[in-house]
Design a binder for this molecule. Structure first.
Ligand code: B16
Ligand code: MG
Length: 214
């Protein structure tokens, strides 16, 4: 394929915010009186905030009104915001910056496609805001991954056809979203989990554009 744009998921691909999401959800679960494990947290990766809350409540076998759910989601987000306020460029995952700079030097536009409504805050904290040609986040979309909207919108804004876009994703729902958008997807993480991806890399360390064969 001819690569004309690369779209990056944020959480788990550019930065490791999973531990902050986990700590914030765990505090909420503690207050509601049940245990929320690290393994449970895997189920929330790439999933929208309200969908994550619904999964969390199903683990705790807790039923809440819509109003209480909204306030629980807000409570979790306030805790999460406290964690991400401490982020710096040291939180950028190894090799991502170098790889993005290689793409930019080659003339390939780069974008973000994230479910997170906190994307602008995180990009600002890690100093990467101006690096991306397009940023599509959770506040700009109606449908969560695996719906293709977050990536389709990015490609549309960049005026690039989906068949010329490559998506980098760490979550199964994100890989499916890329495929649903008609794009190729490189999984970042374990091949066992991301077996639907067109190629899987453990991370970006030492990755060069020439290593990508799709
Ligand atoms: P927020 P991504 C996703 O981001 C996270 O993986 C997921 O755990 C989180 O619940 C979701 O964003 C919503 O985040 O509460 O900050 O809006 O992986 O799509 O970049
Ligand atoms: Mg992710």
């Amino acid at each position: 394929m001819i690569i004309k744009a690369c779209l990056f998921d944020l959480d788990g691909v550019v930065v490791d915010t999973a531990r902050f999401h986990y700590l914030a959800w765990k505090s909420l679960a503690d207050r509601l009186g049940f245990d929320f494990t690290d393994k449970d947290n895997e189920r929330l990766k790439g999933v929208s905030r309200m969908d994550s809350l619904n999964i969390l409540l199903s683990i705790g076998k807790i039923h809440l009104s819509e109003q209480d759910k909204t306030s629980c989601a807000e409570e979790k987000n306030q805790l999460y915001l406290q964690y991400i306020q401490q982020m710096t460029n040291k939180d950028i995952l190894p090799g991502v910056m170098e790889f993005i700079l290689e793409l930019k030097n080659t003339g390939i536009p780069v974008g973000i496609g994230s479910a997170s409504k906190n994307t602008p805050t995180i990009l600002e904290r890690i100093g990467m805001t101006s690096l991306f040609d397009v940023v599509v986040d959770g506040s700009m979309i109606t449908h969560a991954k695996p719906h293709p909207e977050v990536f389709s919108l990015g490609a549309e804004i960049l005026h690039v056809n989906p068949e010329n876009c490559v998506v980098f994703e760490d979550a199964i729902a994100g890989v499916q979203a890329a495929h649903n958008a008609g794009m190729k997807c490189i999984g970042v993480g374990s091949p066992a989990t991301l077996r639907e991806a067109d190629m899987v890399i453990p991370g970006f360390q030492d990755l060069k554009l020439k290593d990508i064969v799709l």
